[in-house]
Design a protein around this ligand. Structure first.
Ligand code: GAP
Length: 476
């Protein structure tokens, strides 16, 4: 319950301070579609930049691309998405509400004690792995799992629904013109494998990274920006020699977990979840789960995708997608390890981790503050510069400081309200450093720096501010 409240408080906070808004809100919103506001867009961009640089700048053998959202329709036939990208669903006949079977059972399992819940999930995993839809329906009925709206157990059979959105390209709406909005960014990498390998003279092992929008017609969309119909992925395909996939799978599991820990998030907030039911392309797969306000949930997947995708594209396109390995004088279709993290989920993770309603009450007075303890490198605004008064030349000094800092990082100027109120507003949007310009500044060129997390203050030289902030926000 407390965590339910935390999620609701985060949602309200995001709206109040301009991080995330419901899409088309003035028209009552569009379900599971969200817009990022002025601070959310900065936060999201900082997380994307950190991922991008971790991949393409910190690895000599990974390059980044930016493929189009629209792709030739045969791509999705070859990848298996037309035939296999579907989830088992069940409808409640009384409420007409449709559920993803695994979500329905998982939500029920969470309410049981740990042993019973784990046993139920194990049964579900086995039935999913065997595509045993009748067995899944029976499991729901035997456990008397009811619909949250009607409260009844009056269920249809379990059926598969494809999650891809389609539209038409060109002016004539016939079947030949149907194209899909990509449900993952990965295929844009696979179809460009040879272009990048040849033009970049890449040697295996090497990776191709990209970030971009993906679209899925999620039936059960919930959990704020956790599950959306339009979202952004940050994916990297690592091309390797066949037979080395186990070693590289382990390498990328570890490397990606280190990235998560580098966000300053404690190790016990993460866990790996190994897949029992593997996707049609994988020979091993796991999720990195984070302890969101609604419990441990997937934030990233690491998948050993074999040579499935390249071989499929080779077959459907009729073009050879092999690599000549000069070390062994052999042509082969590379194997692939994929890391795939949802950017919106990463935003939600960073927000969940950072958000705190801190009780600052003393015996004399009740007090509290809302604070977003972002790692400084991810904070939307790095530095606030606050003149103590609107006169006596203090605003001019503040504006000069901003002018010298803003080419390097995002700054914010504010002269309204008391300093205390201004500090609290900066806490609420996660600004790690506030500088106050006061009359002493005019005498000795020093300023007060106030740290968001500890709320401590100290006097430092005005001309040391830029270097101090730059040191604290550096990514590597
Ligand atoms: N290319 C592999 C792939 O797409 P996935 O596990 O389906 O694998 C990868 O998705 C990541 O994309 C997930 O770990 C999650 O973070 C994010 N993601 C997937 N569906 C999403 C949705 N509907 N809303 C937000 N993020 C989503």
């Amino acid at each position: 319950m407390a965590n339910d409240n935390k999620l609701q408080n985060i949602i309200a906070h995001c709206k109040e301070y301009g991080f995330v808004f419901q899409s088309s809100e003035i028209y009552d919103g569009l379900s599971a579609v969200y817009d990022y506001g002025q601070l959310g867009a900065e936060l999201k961009r900082n997380i994307r930049d950190y991922w991008w640089k971790s991949m393409t700048q910190m690895h000599d053998n990974i390059v980044g691309i930016d493929a189009a959202i629209f792709m030739h329709p045969t791509v999705w036939k070859a990848s298996g998405h037309v035939d296999n990208f579907s989830d088992p669903m069940i409808d409640n006949k009384d409420s007409q509400k449709r559920y993803r079977v695994d979500h329905l059972i998982e939500a029920f399992a969470e309410k049981l004690d740990k042993e019973a819940g784990d046993a139920l999930l194990q049964q579900m995993d086995q039935l999913l792995a065997a595509n045993d839809f009748a067995g899944l329906k029976q499991l729901i009925e035997t456990n008397k799992i009811s619909c949250g709206i009607s409260g009844t157990c009056n269920w249809t059979d379990v059926r598969q629904f494809n999650l891809m959105f389609s539209t038409e390209i060109g002016s004539v709406a016939d079947e030949a013109n149907v194209i899909y909005l990509r449900p993952e960014t990965a295929q844009g990498i696979f179809v460009n494998f040879l272009n990048v390998q040849k033009s970049g003279r890449m040697k295996i092992p090497f990776g191709i990274a990209q970030t971009g929008k993906a679209f899925r017609n999620e039936i059960v969309a919930r959990g704020f920006i956790f599950r959306m119909r339009e979202f952004e992925q940050m994916e990297m395909q690592f091309f390797i020699k066949p037979g080395t996939q186990k070693e590289w799978y382990d390498y990328w599991k570890e490397t990606r977990m280190k990235w998560h820990l580098s966000l300053g998030i404690a190790a016990d907030k993460y866990r790996f979840h190994d897949h029992v039911k593997l996707a049609h392309y994988a020979d091993a797969a796991c999720d990195i789960e984070y302890d969101f306000p609604m419990g441990f949930k997937e934030v990233e997947g690491v998948h050993s995708r074999t040579d499935f995708d390249l071989k499929q594209h080779q077959q459907y396109s009729g073009k050879k997608l092999t690599y000549f390995d000069t070390d062994i004088n052999q042509h082969y279709v590379p194997y692939v390890i994929e890391t795939s993290i949802g950017l919106d989920r990463a935003v939600m993770m960073v927000l969940s981790e950072a958000f705190e309603e801190e009780d600052l009450s003393t015996e004399e007075k009740k007090d509290s503050r809302s604070v977003l303890r972002f790692p400084p490198m991810l904070a939307p605004i790095k530095l606030a510069v606050l003149p103590l008064t609107k006169k006596d030349g203090l605003p001019e000094i503040a504006k000069d400081l901003i002018a010298s800092c803003k080419p390097y990082f995002k700054c914010f100027y504010e002269e309204k309200d008391t300093i205390g109120k201004r500090y609290r507003r900066m806490d609420a949007i996660g600004t790690p450093f506030c500088i106050t310009i006061d009359h002493q500044t005019k005498d000795d060129n020093t300023v007060t720096i106030r740290y968001r997390d500890t709320m401590t203050q100290e006097r430092i030289p005005l001309d040391s501010v830029r270097a101090l902030v730059m040191d604290k926000i550096k990514m590597f």
